[in-house]
Design a protein around this ligand. Structure first.
Ligand SMILES: CC(C)(COP(=O)(O)OP(=O)(O)OC[C@H]1O[C@@H](n2cnc3c(N)ncnc32)[C@H](O)[C@@H]1OP(=O)(O)O)[C@@H](O)C(=O)NCCC(=O)NCCS
Length: 225
């Protein structure tokens, strides 16, 4: 009998690192991400995001907009252009959100990423571990060639995470941050840079159905067997 179609293979995906797990969320986990974000992501005196989605919202509005954003990204994904939002989980608790985006991935083999950690959990190495896990997914899980990211010049934590993981600065652009031209630092890492990074092992659960869905074929470790 033909097995039933997987339909949305991301649901089985988990990236397991020694100190954090990135879990592709069902609605219950997505709601935990949304509720966490509503408790606070940054000092309101600052704005780390190029799109100031955290501004002028009550906590329930913020939670709803997070939930709708996760649904929107999922609903509009194609095989060529998709965004996967993962819950950052530590000791069974959702403590943040880590996203990875691609555009024409089979051609460019390039990913970008974005993330936030709940304010109560920042500065404990979780953001770095989450980014490391998403880079492992990109380079080792999906055979990416390049990963890009960026942060405003006055976001030292985000920039420190990127630099510690081997990204190099590729340029600076002025972005409109809530009406003020503000310097944004663009960074990138390639496979050689990633190979040189001292990093923790990351295990992928449910990777093969995702690779098949994206038309990527068998993973390197399977081809060698
Ligand atoms: C940016 C963010 C994801 C990082 O996650 P985190 O868990 O707080 O970060 P970590 O604890 O893993 O690492 C922080 C790094 O910043 C460094 N750091 C902290 N404050 C710093 C400062 N004032 N100047 C320089 N470096 C600083 C730490 O030393 C650490 O680097 P190290 O590992 O090389 O020592 C998180 O702080 C966050 O969500 N911030 C608000 C939202 C945001 O900025 N998102 C990213 C938008 S681009």
């Amino acid at each position: 009998m033909t097995p039933p179609p997987v339909v949305w293979p991301f649901f089985g995906l988990r990236l397991v690192a020694p100190t954090v797990e990135l879990v592709y969320p069902d609605d219950a986990i997505a709601m935990a991400i949304a509720r966490l974000g509503a408790r606070g992501i940054h000092d309101p005196a600052t704005m780390p995001f190029a799109v100031p989605w955290t501004r002028n919202k009550t906590p329930p509005e913020l939670a709803l907009s997070t939930m709708q954003n996760i649904w929107l990204e999922r609903a509009t994904a194609t095989r060529l252009a998709w965004n996967a939002s993962f819950a950052v989980v530590v000791a069974g608790e959702v403590v943040g959100r880590q996203d990875i985006q691609t555009l024409d991935f089979p051609i460019h083999r390039t990913v970008t990423s974005g993330s936030w950690i709940g304010q109560d959990y920042q500065g404990r190495g979780i953001g770095r571990a989450a980014r490391e896990a998403i880079l492992a997914f990109a380079f080792d899980g999906l055979d990416a060639a390049h990963a890009r990211t960026g942060a405003f010049h006055d976001n030292p934590r985000s920039l420190a995470v990127s630099r510690r993981l081997g990204y190099v600065e590729t340029g600076r652009t002025m972005l409109d941050r809530e009406g003020v031209p503000t310097e944004h630092v663009d960074l990138a890492i390639d496979r050689a840079g990633w190979a040189a990074v001292e990093r923790a092992p990351v295990a992928f659960v449910g990777l093969e159905p995702v690779r098949a869905h994206l038309g990527l074929g068998a993973a390197e470790h399977d081809r060698k067997q």
